[in-house]
Design a protein. Structure first.
Length: 153
């Protein structure tokens, strides 16, 4: 029996080939990454894992708990805040050195481009994410209320 979805059935030759290829690619990337200063790379990975698990995870779990508590019994809108907030925070995490301006001179010397505007672009992307999510929420609420109300002919 074939299961729905994009992946072939578990244990099929195609899935095993894809899994082997992904492990080979990860191994190649690991060898290339660790070819330089392996201790610094390993220290960075361990530090990132510790900072995530000991600092960031409790912070965003507490923020999510507060959001759910504030929603009360009407929790339908919580997902419309979670998704843009997560994407916005992920962009902030990835681009923080440029958004904060900490590496502006190094970025300019390496790329001959100005580092100005990263904060404004991040704020704009965040506003679009939250605005799109709010628009989607409004559209879905209107559709749901139209379906509940009886049609008058």
């Amino acid at each position: 029996m074939r299961r729905p979805g994009f992946l072939p059935p578990v244990g099929s030759p195609l899935q095993l080939l894809l899994l082997a290829c992904s492990f080979a690619l990860a191994g190649y990337a690991g060898v290339r990454l660790l070819a330089g200063d392996w201790f610094e790379v390993a220290l960075w990975f361990v530090g990132a894992a510790l900072i995530h698990d000991l600092v960031l995870l409790p912070l965003y779990a507490a923020a999510d708990r507060a959001l759910v508590k504030a929603a009360g019994p009407r929790r339908g809108w919580v997902g419309y805040v979670r998704v843009p907030a997560a994407l916005s925070l992920l962009l902030l995490l990835v681009w923080f050195p440029l958004i904060s301006g900490q590496v502006a001179t190094r970025y300019a010397s390496a790329t001959s481009l100005s580092a100005d505007g990263f904060l404004a672009r991040w704020l704009l992307v965040s506003a679009v994410l939250f605005g799109g999510s709010a628009l989607l929420f409004v559209v879905r609420v209107r559709r749901a209320t139209k379906q509940r109300s009886p049609a008058v002919h």
